[in-house]
Design a binder for this molecule. Sequence first.
Ligand code: 13P
Length: 252
Amino acid sequence: MTDYRTPLIAGNWKMFKTGAEAVQYAKALKKQVADVENTDIMIAPPFTALSAVSEILRDTRIGLGAQNIFWEKEGAFTGEISAPMLISAGCQYVIIGHSERRQYFGETDETVNRRLKAAANAGLIPILCVGETETQREAKKTFSVLDKQIKDGLNGLILDEHHPLVIAYEPVWAIGTGKTASPDQVQEVHAYIRKQIAKNFGNMLANAIRVLYGGSVKPDNVSGLMALPDVDGALVGGASLQPETFSQIIHF
Ligand code: 13P
């Protein structure tokens, strides 16, 4: 059953790097991870660099992801990008519902759900981001917040073990702060997420989906996180911006 859960180390570049910088990075990373065999790798550059980076990643095991997607295929939606556009730019993955999108761009579980459906229907692998804020954790609302994000986010989605879904648990208080959640906190939440998936979608899917941890993952804390039974990978922000550092994380 664990066959589906090849570890995935994913880099979310956020709004960093021009096209030329992205190309230089991709060339360097390609060399540094040429020896990697049993770990899936993904980088998510800004939209403007996707096509150029995809040329360099061709025939490597480094996957390409986008940082967002719109649910319509085309139309008068200024500034938006659709699934067919991402696929033609070389993407296999798309990050959906990152806390920065929820916090600064008004995304809700409902819009996240529409994006997830568009991505899944187009054959992209969605990486659904969930996580509580510090205030919510202090108010002991972590699990109810996650319940809602998962239930409403995945509402009506047709999922089975052959339609891969990745969930990234990113406690908002751990993003870019240098504060990683403790191994106990991470394992507790990841096991809970898997239990919720089992409840809503059955054990087969719960055992097949990958649950990544994100929030201040660095070369010196990644192996402790990856050793946890319900952690299947990492979604890395700041430490994914240098190929050397990201490569160290990939070689956890
Ligand atoms: P940092 O690794 O910079 O904390 O960011 C995590 C993140 O938001 C990845 O999506």
